[in-house]
Design a protein around this ligand. Structure first.
Ligand code: URA
Ligand code: SF4
Length: 460
């Protein structure tokens, strides 16, 4: 039995790779379950990796990095069991929803995602002013150790401010240039919210002192609750004032400015849950002015999936994709190609209508890169659930969402394109034909679309 231990995802990954490389089965490995306490004595040094790192699906890596934040001490051994099976004849383990291990990991993942989402929404900063500088501090107790998962979000969101977020497990500080990790602060230390400000001085010193204390060592040597009594912790006593100030504006600004719809995905993604979760997505600014989310629709066992850009004016009002002018043209072209709509699943890269108001008119605006990225989790999950054999990308936005951000039809149309292994056939958006002022380009565009749809027929 090999005894090993990991404190975070990177450590788990390194160790797990080595174990895998030397062929240690999950049954032969004991992952220490205690967190952090002086366990080093038990940890065996592993033989160096004998084989190159195993390729595992990107899906698994991102799932594992989230599950690594779970409080369940069994997470490391569960993840290693999954890794073992993925690399020993079950590369599709994560698609086997009824497999008990997959089921358990997915459930843990859902809990983590919800917790990360709550952390983003509920962290409350208070302002401390020091030497004419503003520092924002927050104490928050997430259910799991999700701080690493939301660090990037807070860094981008509050890039120009100095802030610290302290949780029972760890703390994170941003000084305008770099993120710094520090120790956590047990809830018992901040029984009263106001006390947090006192205790925080310790953190301030620990995380910002240039001659920074080796936090891990310090934590091992001395429980955090004793820090406050250290002589060197009695610092900056007079600088902390106006501690009551709540920074609601910072929090207000967070709403509608999350980078990705990922936080809004349902923990268990079956089609009805996905669809209803999308209805309340507020991940990007587009949900504000638009009427409603326009989700995809059609045959859930479709072998052919069409992806457009975003709902237009009429789609926005009626809540269904491709029912306006572009949709009607699309129907004609489908008919010409011999493809009945009820055999298809039809959706858009972006699920809210982007427009500018001019008088009474709402003028269509193409979604930008941020909108496309923000909305991609919906599209990606739709594709995973429908599992089409081919995807027809209508227009540049669909190409950008499915292929790459620099997608351009004229450069990319003759390449073999794929999304998650599914072939992509790229063509014009029907509204390009509607916009064409001359008959010839319009006919060419329509021909290109019909031909692409006809090529897709072989996947029927
Ligand atoms: N254009 C699109 O891309 N999608 C629609 O649903 C309508 C028009
Ligand atoms: Fe969410 Fe997409 Fe709508 Fe943005 S456009 S709010 S990501 S559904």
């Amino acid at each position: 039995m090999t005894r090993v231990w990991a404190e975070n995802f990177d450590e788990w990954r390194k160790t797990a790779r080595n174990l895998l490389a030397v062929g240690q089965t999950p049954e032969e490995v004991y992952w220490e379950q205690n967190d952090f306490e002086s366990l080093f004595a038990h940890v065996e040094s592993l033989p160096p990796a004998a084989a190159p790192p195993t390729k595992v699906p990107a899906d698994f890596v991102s799932l594992a990095s989230r599950v690594a934040c779970h409080r369940d001490p069994e997470k490391w051994s569960l993840l290693y069991r999954a890794l073992w099976r993925l690399s020993h004849g079950q590369p599709h383990l994560l698609k086997m929803a009824t497999d008990p291990l997959t089921h358990r990991l997915r459930r843990m993942d859902g809990e983590i995602r919800r917790d990360a989402h709550k952390t983003k929404a509920f962290v409350r900063f208070r302002l401390l002013q020091e030497n004419d500088e503003d520092h924002y501090i927050a104490w928050h107790r997430p259910d799991h150790k999700v701080l690493p998962l939301v660090a990037g979000f807070f860094q981008r969101r509050f890039a120009v401010m100095k802030w610290s977020i302290v949780t029972p497990d760890q703390s994170l500080a941003w000084d305008g240039e770099a993120l710094q990790w520090g120790p956590g602060l047990p809830a018992s230390e901040v029984a009263h919210e106001d006390k947090f400000e006192d205790v925080w001085r310790t953190y301030y010193r620990a995380t910002f002192n240039p001659a920074r204390i080796k936090i891990k060592m310090m934590k091992q040597e001395m429980p955090v609750r004793h820090w406050a009594t250290l002589p060197e912790a009695r610092i900056i006593p007079d600088l902390l004032s106006e501690a009551e100030t709540r920074v609601e504006t910072m929090i207000g600004a967070m709403e509608g400015d999350r980078e990705t719809a990922e936080d809004y995905l349902p923990p268990v993604a079956d089609y009805p849950s996905l669809r209803s979760a999308a209805a309340s997505c507020r991940a990007c600014g587009l949900c504000g002015p638009a009427t409603q989310t326009v989700f995809g629709e059609g045959n859930l066992s479709a072998r052919i999936m069409l992806v457009g850009e975003q709902p237009g004016d009429e789609e926005d009002l009626r809540g269904r994709p491709f029912i306006g002018a572009a949709g009607q043209l699309l129907m004609e072209l489908l008919e010409k190609a011999g493809l009945p709509r009820d055999e298809l699943y039809v959706t858009n890269a972006v699920k809210h209508f982007r427009f500018v108001q001019r008088g009474k008119k709402r003028i269509h605006q193409p979604p930008d890169a941020r909108n496309i990225i923000a909305c991609k989790p919906w599209l990606q999950t739709e594709i995973r659930l429908i599992q089409p054999q081919v995807i027809v990308a209508l227009g540049a936005t669909a190409g950008r969402a499915l292929v790459h951000h620099g997608f351009a039809l004229k450069h990319d149309q003759h390449k073999d394109l794929f999304f998650d292994g599914i072939p992509i056939y790229a063509t014009w958006h029907p509204s390009a034909a509607l916009r064409a002022t001359q008959p010839q380009p319009r006919a060419d565009i329509e021909y290109h679309i019909s031909e692409t749809l006809r090529r897709a027929l072989k996947f029927r």
